[in-house]
Design a protein around this ligand. Sequence first.
Ligand SMILES: [Zn+2]
Ligand SMILES: [Zn+2]
Ligand SMILES: [Zn+2]
Length: 455
Amino acid sequence: MKDQGNEHDTGMNLFFLTDPGDLSATLSSGGGLPDGFILGRCGSGSECGHMLRELRKGDETALLPVFLEDFPSDGDREAADGPARTKEEMENLAREIGNRLRDVDENALRKSLDLRLLAFLYSREGKKLRPVLDPLSRELYSYPLADHLSGGLLDSSRWISELLEKGYLEEESLADRIRACPKCGGAHLNYVDVCPFCRSMDIRQVPFIHCFTCGRVGPQEAFVREGPMQCPFCGARLRHIGSDYDRPMDNYLCSSCSQTFAEPDVSCRCFLCGAWSPADGLSVRSFREYSLSDKGVIAVRSGNTDDMYSVFDALNYTKPEPFRHILDWQLQLSGRPPVEPFSLMIISFPNVEKVKEKLGRKKVTEIMESLARRLRERIRKTDISTRTAENDLLLLLPKTGEKGCAVLASKVRELEKETLQPDGLVMEISVKTAVFPGDRVEGEDAVLLVARLKG
Ligand SMILES: [Zn+2]
Ligand SMILES: [Zn+2]
Ligand SMILES: [Zn+2]
């Protein structure tokens, strides 16, 4: 192990490693960690990749700067901090990363993978989560940085879309869109022309003849069996093209069932699981780049992604913006008879801060989780929810009139009893409702309506 930093007075300490053995020795020595690592060219590139993965999945080392002298793969490039360059450049970069990480609560980072991924983006200015193409992999694209940070524990695509849903990430440019097998998700597909009658792929294009006498069409080989050309259907002699017969567009002949047809079907066979799917039955997946959103920056700085209310996002959650559009649309419809009734419900927790002070954040999260579970049992698939910036829970209940709304509201209020703590404290649940068309106010839109209900 060579220590490159100490002789400088910059205070940055970058460890130079070429051997995975040295890495485990460093990590288990109990001594302090360096400010970053330079992974040197080693016998085989795979060792470099192995060391990078070990560092990125480590609780203590995940966010440390890592420079590579060699890039075993594009994935390693994405998960590292770039190539090794001059000592000064690497130290400057490592210092920048270290400074930004100073904003982040180390304890929270150790506990939350979400936060670790967000903090990684935060600590590298302009860093994005990028999909990387690996032509031999099942899904063709992967997100190596996310894969590395979770140590392969999480399905990175799902992980990223959850963080996007919660608003911590922002969509950036679209890298690619691929089609995949609906059965196994594999993106290695063979598109095969098949017979629309018997699905055989043993089809071929053959010249066809159109007999003017009887109007029938058939493969040319059936017309020229012996001597002069003759229609096999009506027996007419076909002497002159244009007056006795012509050639329609080439047609297909199926060798399996002998049917003829103008257009074959396209069917897709998955090279990985063997499943056949029609071309329009494939699943479509987009691979994008993602960057940290403003909400993500706040989460990193406050060390808090597990916002207590997020458990409610499992209740047919819709982002606030589309929710508002749907509500506006419903409100507009409610002005045009005949009107189908619908309701809006606002659920809030007025004493949540007080409960948190008394019982602690963890307990409050537990209470919220159990409330969310109970709510989930009570709402229908067609109900949608969103959360406002003030953490009110909004439920839009289509086809729900006065009676249905009142029943649900009283059931939700009853949940308050279930939050009773041994010391007599309860999580207060406030429920406000509006039922349409009865509560309609001319000219009122979604924003005004919510404000009016909140009083
Ligand atoms: Zn498949
Ligand atoms: Zn056929
Ligand atoms: Zn004929």
